[in-house]
Design a protein around this ligand. Structure first.
Ligand SMILES: [Zn+2]
Length: 382
């Protein structure tokens, strides 16, 4: 046994990852539908996404919304201390609760880790699903979202985490391989070692636990195609679509979350970045859904849940009229589109709370998100 497999094995994280822990009931094989949860993220307003005439996401609004249940009035509750932002909204979606997080470190702002179980953990505790089939796809420049795969505290935790695919993770893989291979000239090896050290400081949890063998193989193929320069892969949310479609083809996830984010670049002032980013996500949705419609593993067996992390302000007097940190009404106003087998068609014409998304996904997949505050949305299921 080499050192690496010894380390993995000693942590119980090798191939036997899905094996039940002592004291836990043997979990059942998963027979339910696949779920693809798309965070239409970076904060978007209803005006530019689901407004029938003004939308910058015509595929979402005109093709996908009519395919299933359209919830135009999803709301983030106005609770004391609830911030309408990206990590917060994403964790509301994943835990079905508000304020179920804490700062990961007092030295790193904006690094939240869940303090309640996430959908990943509920799912993998309930069913015998290997970690590479429960996937989170993240953007490159948001290491603060590297912590959503499992939570802190005394709940399910790391044994039930999802795997994460992001450019950050790929760079961790590539630098580890380059150092292990040792074929580069000395000065380049030093640069790689520095790059790796910098990557590791971004993530206080480090690279642990190591990706599963299946995910390592995924990165090996990615490296073969994209090379070591990092110049060949698409950037921004297009990269997330590329990672997601490849993961769908290669890893066959039963639960996949895609964390789109680029509309948020509007913070730096240019409204056209915002609307263009919405269009890029819409194109990404088209690729994800077309792929699911064409592949027998997904066709007629996959539920899509598409919803933003948060809204944005509507302040025509501000220089950038749509930030999202002022707790304004429209920053709390989001929406959801849910379609797939077992999902009804129609519009839910009443307010629905954001904390209902996690229990709805749980109900669709056949487990209970029993720490969620919300209830599965009535009228979604046939
Ligand atoms: Zn933002």
């Amino acid at each position: 046994m080499d050192r690496r497999s010894f380390t993995l094995g000693s942590l119980g994280l090798a191939a036997g990852l899905a094996a039940p822990l002592p004291g836990l009931a043997q979990s059942a094989a998963y027979q339910g539908p696949n779920v693809v949860l798309v965070r239409f993220g970076g904060g978007v307003r209803r005006a530019e996404t689901i407004d029938e005439a003004a939308t910058w996401a015509p595929y979402l609004r005109h093709e996908l919304a009519p395919r299933g249940t359209f919830i135009p009035d999803l709301r983030i509750d106005k609770l004391e201390g609830v911030n309408t932002s990206h990590a917060e909204g994403t964790l509301n979606l994943l835990t079905g609760r508000y304020l179920a997080y804490r700062e990961l470190s007092e030295f790193l702002n904006d690094r939240l880790e869940p303090t309640e179980p996430t959908l990943f953990e509920y799912l993998r505790r309930s069913f015998d699903i290997p970690s590479h089939q429960v996937l989170l796809i993240n953007g490159e420049d948001r290491p603060q979202e590297e912590f959503f795969t499992f939570g802190a505290g005394d709940h399910f935790g790391v044994e039930y985490r999802s795997e994460m695919l992001s450019l950050h993770r790929y760079k961790l893989y590539r630098t580890a391989m380059q150092l292990a291979e040792g074929t580069l000239p000395e000065d380049q090896l030093l640069a790689v070692a520095e790059e790796r050290a910098a990557l590791l400081t971004k993530d206080p949890r480090g690279a642990t636990p190591d990706p599963s063998p299946e995910v390592q193989a995924f990165w090996a193929r990615w490296r073969q195609d994209s090379g070591d320069t990092g110049l060949k892969n698409p950037r921004g949310d297009r990269l997330l679509t590329e990672l997601a479609t490849r993961a769908m083809a290669d890893l066959k996830p039963r639960f996949l979350m895609v964390n789109y984010q680029d509309p948020d670049y509007v913070h730096w002032g240019n409204p056209s970045h915002y609307t263009r980013a919405i269009r890029v996500i819409d194109e990404g949705l088209q690729r994800l859904v077309s792929m699911a419609d064409a592949d027998p593993f997904y066709r007629d067996n996959t539920i899509f849940v598409i919803t933003p992390d948060c809204g944005r302000d509507a302040n025509p007097l501000a220089e950038v009229p749509f930030q999202h940190h002022f707790n304004s009404r429209s920053a709390h106003e989001v929406w959801a589109v849910i379609f797939g087998p077992g999902i009804g068609k129609g519009v839910i014409d009443r307010p629905v709370d954001q904390s209902a998304i996690a229990p709805t996904i749980a109900a669709a997949m056949g487990f209970a998100a029993n720490r969620a505050e919300g209830q599965a949305i009535e009228g979604v299921f046939l």
